[in-house]
Design a protein around this ligand. Sequence first.
Ligand SMILES: Cc1cc2nc3c(=O)[nH]c(=O)nc-3n(C[C@H](O)[C@H](O)[C@H](O)COP(=O)(O)OP(=O)(O)OC[C@H]3O[C@@H](n4cnc5c(N)ncnc54)[C@H](O)[C@@H]3O)c2cc1C
Length: 283
Amino acid sequence: MPSSCTTAQCDSPGRRVASHQCRVTAHQAVNARYRYLRLQAEADLAGSTRPGQFYQLRCPQTSVLQPFLLRPMSVYGTGPDAGTVEFLYAVAGTGTLALATLAEGQSMEIVGPLGQGFTLDASARRVLLVARGVGLATMAPLVRQAAQAGLAIDVLLSARSPADAMADELLRGAPATVHAVFDSDGSSAVDRVEPLLAVLLAEGCDAVYTCGSERLALLLRRLLQPHPQVRAEVALEQRMACGMGVCLSCVRPFEREGHVALQRVCREGPVFPLREMLGGWHG
Ligand SMILES: Cc1cc2nc3c(=O)[nH]c(=O)nc-3n(C[C@H](O)[C@H](O)[C@H](O)COP(=O)(O)OP(=O)(O)OC[C@H]3O[C@@H](n4cnc5c(N)ncnc54)[C@H](O)[C@@H]3O)c2cc1C
């Protein structure tokens, strides 16, 4: 299967975006809402992809589903082979419905890796991850990286119900302390999560990472005010078209040094400093 490089007409001359023709090596339901997809490319995707980055997936055309734009998906995992990349996704609409029809052995095109990933400081000893829903797919490679670095990991996992939580899919064998909260019993409500997060922050951590819930991200940003030394990053999801910085459809405002700065989620993100995030923006 060839992996080719197409020149993206982006803002950084010489920076190219690679398109990879992949083979589907596994594709199955994880539960009623989520599916797991593993692809094999010829290029070294494991070596070039960082936690928090994403790919644009060309979903197949079927007789009833004709997705036009490529769909952005976080990297859920890479390896052990250099060409292996994994995704975990929820079926949402036309593109992901079509994606769900792909059978093992079929081929599909992906473009990437795209965007900026998470930063894990070499000096960190304990990290806190806060994930909601399919945000856990984005967090999984970071958990793996933190575990490989020998860090202590706390996870606050928020989901609609225990059936949706997928702690095993997030950790994939990595040691971590998981605090699960659910909509089904009310424990995921902000006023219930706030004291739990406050305690976890007070116990001390070097970095906090979050994905999947603006509500939780804004709560974290507020609770982090007395902890300016803690690195804090958020991976954002924003509707986007090209995924490589050209179309500007995913621009959103951030607060930077007292000013509003417009940033492309696909290019400057999807991972941003949490303290720069502004709430209430829906594009
Ligand atoms: C950086 C990034 C990483 C993501 N990672 C994952 C992941 O790991 N797992 C997962 O299940 N979902 C992820 N998403 C959301 C996923 O891209 C959308 O659920 C998917 O594009 C929906 O496409 P659809 O055709 O099925 O739905 P439709 O609603 O029919 O999509 C219509 C259009 O809107 C865009 N769109 C719709 N919802 C979103 C969204 N939430 N974010 C961005 N664009 C959207 C689509 O790209 C498409 O162009 C991610 C989104 C972004 C931006």
